[in-house]
Write a protein of this length. Sequence first.
Length: 57
Amino acid sequence: MNKDKRINCLKCKHFYVTWDTNNPRGCRYFGFKTRYIPSLAVYKSSGKRCKAFKLKK
């Protein structure tokens, strides 16, 4: 994925930090926890950019 077009999950309203030390980041929209940035996990599994990004207010 192009660095210029990466989605910053830290600015997304669906992103959250978990208590799970093995999977400290999560996405409420897709309902998963991951060790990596969630948008990267979405890209790796689907080959497409995350379409659920919503900027936090």
